[in-house]
Design a binder for this molecule. Structure first.
Ligand SMILES: Cc1ncc(COP(=O)(O)O)c(C=O)c1O
Length: 349
């Protein structure tokens, strides 16, 4: 008897971006965290956590958080399902929908976890290639006839976004469940949330990791018709959102003005970063996220990745076909961006 299922033996483990130890003097632009702290109201909610709420199990559906999210988004609480980061929602989605003979379709390259989760389920992964401009391959995805179609919008690592019309067309034509992973939507010009109201096969995924500066808290949620969420709820861990995350996350989500302000700062720095990189001869793809995909003029992204690392600047390098000549650079603070740009100036060939 082998120790693991064949699908697990064959699996290459998902490698998250490097997390240097706290206190290290590095500019960390490799995992798309928010460079600004979470809302002061979220920190106040953290300070107000009492012993009793730690002694007890949390509410299985994070009810108070669910109500806050519903209010902020203008939907009924039954249309919200919370999870331990949006990765947890992705796990539920793949567990409930994908499997042997039940394929998953997504454009590629995209968030690598989709491939991993499909492999864990033993589900065929139908990868529809983006073109050079990262245009959503609507026909290829719709014609795949998959049980689950998933689109990160804005996409990672390209930062580009499909239009809502393209997503609506895809949702109308796809055979099964359609998930729009909106991890970066706060930095974009539009959201697909409206599709959820019109189509009970569509789920939109959100996270507090990026726009709310709470990647360490682990809190995300899905918005969909209650019938779709009920299937996901069957496969979730019983207490998948802890009491601290639910309380802090609710306070953060309600502080809409703070989020708007920090997102606006990031969008301004994104514009500066794009202009500066283009000025240095990089090709830049139009980003709707809190990072930019950039190709150096000589295509030697690997050299720059290592060089930046030596200068104490971490960016993301994917040694994969189509990406090996590019870097994904998170938008940091203004001083972090200045440090990145001066390191790049040092490294210029
Ligand atoms: C497209 C996409 N979806 C989901 C996630 C996961 O976010 P979370 O921290 O909510 O699990 C990420 C994180 O990098 C992402 O890039």
């Amino acid at each position: 008897m082998t120790r693991f299922r064949p699908a697990i033996d064959a699996l290459r483990a998902y490698a998250p971006g490097e997390q240097p130890p706290g206190g290290a003097d590095v500019v960390k632009l490799n995992t798309n965290e928010n460079p600004y702290p979470p809302s002061p109201r979220a920190l106040a909610a953290l300070g107000a956590i009492d012993a009793e709420s730690l002694r007890r199990y949390p509410q299985p559906f994070a009810d108070a958080f669910r109500r806050s999210a519903a209010e902020v988004l203008g939907v009924d609480p039954e249309w919200i399902l919370a999870g331990n980061g949006s990765d947890d929602l992705l796990t539920m989605l793949f567990r409930a929908v994908a499997g042997t003979g039940r394929a998953v379709a997504y454009p590629a390259p995209t968030y690598v976890l989709y491939r991993t989760l499909a492999a864990i389920q033993g589900a065929p992964a139908l990868e529809a290639p983006f073109d050079e401009e990262y245009t959503l391959p609507v026909d290829a995805l719709a014609d795949a006839g998959a049980a689950l179609t998933i689109v990160a919008n804005p996409n990672s690592p390209s930062g580009t976004a499909a239009t809502i019309e393209q997503l609506a067309e895809l949702a109308g034509r796809a055979a099964g469940v359609v998930a729009v992973d909106e991890a970066y939507v706060a930095f974009a010009d539009g959201s697909a949330l409206d599709l959820v109201r019109r189509n009970d096969r569509v789920i939109v995924l959100r996270t507090l990791s990026k726009s709310h500066g709470l990647a360490g808290l682990r809190l995300g949620f899905g918005i969909a018709h209650p019938d779709l969420l009920s299937g996901l709820a069957k496969v979730k861990d019983s207490y998948n959102v802890d009491a601290v995350a639910a309380a802090v996350g609710a306070a953060a989500l309600r502080d809409v003005a703070y989020t708007r302000e920090t997102v606006e700062r990031i969008r301004r720095t994104r514009a500066r970063l794009g202009r500066a990189l283009a000025g240095r001869g990089f090709r830049i793809w139009p980003s709707q996220a809190n990072f930019v995909l950039a190709r150096p003029a000589d295509g030697d992204a690997r050299r720059l990745y290592h060089g930046l690392r030596e200068h104490g600047v971490l960016v993301r390098y994917f040694d994969e076909p189509g990406l090996a000549d590019k870097l994904r650079i998170t938008v940091g603070t203004e001083p972090e961006t200045t440090r990145l740009l001066s390191a790049l100036a040092d490294l210029a060939p």
